[in-house]
Design a protein around this ligand. Structure first.
Ligand code: GDP
Ligand code: MG
Length: 327
């Protein structure tokens, strides 16, 4: 494994040097494998200094108020002495066009705070690749002393599952209208949530928000909770006025304590790390496989035959796998 270059001194990351931190994350996101290897070596060195944060995922449809909430909550937490890193997983940003996470992802007030570090989504890659880099960015931020990591994602694709698989607490932010369909939330996302916040519980939309809270409380009673030690709370909040955010944070801390006390946090993180390892292994094998010259030469024809119904997918897979000893 290559040694980190001098400008990527692990000590500089440990002292919280954000310029070095940003550079390390850029290397981890690079499309060049030597850059990624450098970042990986650095992360390995720093691994004993990671894991000491509250890892929080926040998801919800565009416009629900994720960025507004993260900025407000982040500023509150910083005044209480916490250090907050915000990472984004935005499946749309790879298209080069508009990001679904939106402009507020920049969170200008929070970005100015010396206690915060904000990093937009890696611009390129498959969801698996983006998730891997976000996980690495999370570890680097932890080594740099950030004790609160917030991962923002949109609730319209597969990305929320990827985020739920890298955090301790997955929070779903909802609009003050009842019904998953009305909210445009994908089936199954509510089941992933450790905490549900109904946002915009202010002004004209407050009654609807309170109504949605009681609807979701009833709905959750019918769903098996994601953890045997935790029943996901449903709370009204206003990211705009800040009302309810203190109660929401209290639940996040309570969840953190329960998971720590029961050992579930470690179990969950171990399972997540193993799943990430297996996903990387699978992707790496698939890449190696596609680059293997005899297969690369045959693959287009084989795929054309399968698409045209001339070959069965199972038989074709078996023939291709026969190129590999032991497969
Ligand atoms: N009334 C009200 N508006 C809000 C609240 N939170 C966010 N908004 C507004 O909703 C819009 C979308 O917010 P944004 O944070 O960009 O949503 P995101 O797409 O989920 O990140 C913006 O115009 C916000 O000002 C809230 O608690 N109450
Ligand atoms: Mg946003």
């Amino acid at each position: 494994m290559p040694a980190p270059p001098p400008e990527l001194d692990p000590e500089a990351i440990l002292t919280g040097d954000r310029r070095v931190l940003a550079r390390a994350i850029t290397l981890a996101e690079s499309s060049r494998s030597e850059h990624r290897e450098t970042a990986e070596a650095l992360i390995e060195r720093l691994l004993p200094e990671t894991g000491k944060s509250i890892r929080l995922g926040i998801s919800g449809v565009p416009g629900v108020g994720k960025s507004t909430l993260i900025e407000r909550l982040g500023l509150d937490l910083i005044t209480r002495g916490r250090r907050v890193a915000v990472l984004a997983v935005d499946p749309s940003s790879k298209r080069g066009g508009g990001s679904i996470l939106g402009d507020k992802t920049r969170m200008t007030d929070l970005a100015r705070s010396p206690g915060a570090f904000i990093r937009p989504s890696p611009a390129r890659g498959t969801l698996g690749g983006v998730a891997r880099r976000t996980r690495e960015a999370m570890l680097l931020c932890e080594a740099a002393g950030f004790d609160t990591i917030i991962v923002e994602t949109v609730g319209v694709g597969q990305s929320e599952t990827a985020v739920a698989d890298m955090v301790d607490l997955f929070c779903l932010l909802l609009l003050p209208s009842a019904g998953d369909e009305l909210q445009g939330i994908k089936k199954g996302i509510v089941e992933l949530a450790d905490l549900i916040l109904v946002n915009k519980a202010d002004g004209d939309t407050k009654p609807a928000a309170l109504h949605a809270v009681s609807d979701y409380r009833s709905a959750l009673r019918l769903i098996r909770p994601p953890s045997p030690n935790w029943q996901p709370p449903v709370l009204p909040v206003s990211a705009l006025t800040g009302e309810g955010l203190e109660a929401a944070w209290a639940e996040i801390e309570r969840h953190h304590e329960i998971l720590e006390r029961t050992g579930e946090r470690q179990t969950r993180r171990s399972a997540q790390a193993l799943a990430a390892f297996r996903a990387d292994l699978g992707e790496g094998l698939m890449d190696a496989f596609r680059r293997h010259a005899p297969i690369a030469a045959e693959l287009p024809q084989i795929e054309a035959d399968i698409a045209a119904g001339r070959t069965s997918p199972t038989a074709a897979a078996r023939r291709v796998l026969a190129h590999f000893p032991g497969a």
